[in-house]
Design a protein around this ligand. Structure first.
Ligand code: CP
Length: 302
């Protein structure tokens, strides 16, 4: 993985995914290590973020590295019309690795084509979010003891949900049973369904949430993302379609866990947070260990 950009979850093999998770386990046991002393890492966020940016920055700080960058591109020369290419060429003079989030699909791959330093895609539009995928895999393995033969229900915006796209692709390596719950207008893209079929796996699609809950090992909730809709009327139609409540999770498996990449809006009511099945905040914590593993692997420090 040394010097290898991570743009899509497919860029790394199943074995490399597992290697990252194994390294992350070690960082969870010992998060403070001076492995990135002398390294500078740039975090360029052209789109809002709380977890991804701050967990990367926390991971870097706990490894003794330094962070430069911006959380809002309006404070950079992008606001004066600077191109993505010129921004990347400039920042690569100052940093050993660039973590980038951008609203345009394919922007991370484009950045990697012009960058002399590795790029980590921290989310490109509705396309991919590979580091979230790795922390999701870590969370599933940690809570279920395995990644094999998991029954997972993805719920909400499966059309624009980049975390869903990356995770479905990665879980195709592990004999997963997929259940997709969404409004008709927000179904999983056909390209990802074809990927599932190519791996000789099956999936089922639903509109209603209720029937799938008792059989799932993982319920992966997602937000209906207002910012991805070009038609505000269509957003109004679907924005409140799913709401997970304590009643709904009563008859679920004992070890079932509720995951969510966050932020949530109203798709999980706050009283669910009290349940031992609510895993989303620990899931966000796992992001620090996984990103520590990823950064040190790409920079050749483990
Ligand atoms: N999960 C996730 O990408 O969260 P942020 O948008 O807060 O980074």
């Amino acid at each position: 993985m040394k010097n290898k950009s991570l743009l899509s979850i497919n860029d790394y093999s199943k074995e490399e995914h597992i290697q990252i998770l194994d390294h992350a386990e070690k960082f969870e046991k010992k998060p403070i290590q001076n492995l990135l002393n002398g390294y500078v890492i740039a975090t360029l966020f052209f789109e809002p973020s709380t977890r991804t940016r701050l967990s990367f920055e926390s991971a870097i700080s706990r490894l003794g590295g330094r962070v430069i960058g911006f959380a809002d591109s309006s404070s950079s020369s992008v606001s004066k019309g600077e191109t993505l290419k010129d921004t990347i060429l400039t920042v690569s003079n100052y940093a050993d690795l660039i973590v980038m989030r951008h609203p345009k699909e394919g922007s991370a791959r484009y950045a990697s084509e012009v960058s002399p330093v590795p790029i980590i895609n921290a989310g490109d539009g509705a396309n991919q979010h590979p580091t979230q995928c790795l922390l999701d895999m870590y969370s599933i393995r940690k809570t279920q003891g395995t990644l094999n033969d998991i029954k997972i229900a993805f719920v909400g915006d499966l059309k624009y949900g980049r975390t869903v796209h990356s995770l479905v692709i990665a879980l195709c390596n592990f004999n997963t049973e997929f259940h997709f719950v969404s409004p008709p207008s927000l179904k999983l893209p056909n390209s990802i369904k074809r990927h599932i079929k190519k791996n000789n796996l099956s999936f089922q699609e639903y509109y209603e949430l209720d029937n799938i809950l008792p059989i799932a090992d993982i319920i992966y909730m997602t937000r209906i993302q207002q910012e991805r809709f070009s038609d505000p009327i269509e957003y109004e139609r679907v924005k409140n379609v799913y709401k997970l409540t304590p009643d709904l999770i009563e008859n679920t498996k004992e070890n079932m866990k509720i995951m969510h990449p966050l932020p949530r809006v109203n798709e999980i009511v706050e009283s669910v947070d009290e349940s031992s099945k609510a895993y989303y905040f620990t899931q966000a914590l796992n992001g620090v260990y996984v990103r520590q593993a990823l950064l040190t692997s790409i920079l050749g420090k483990i």
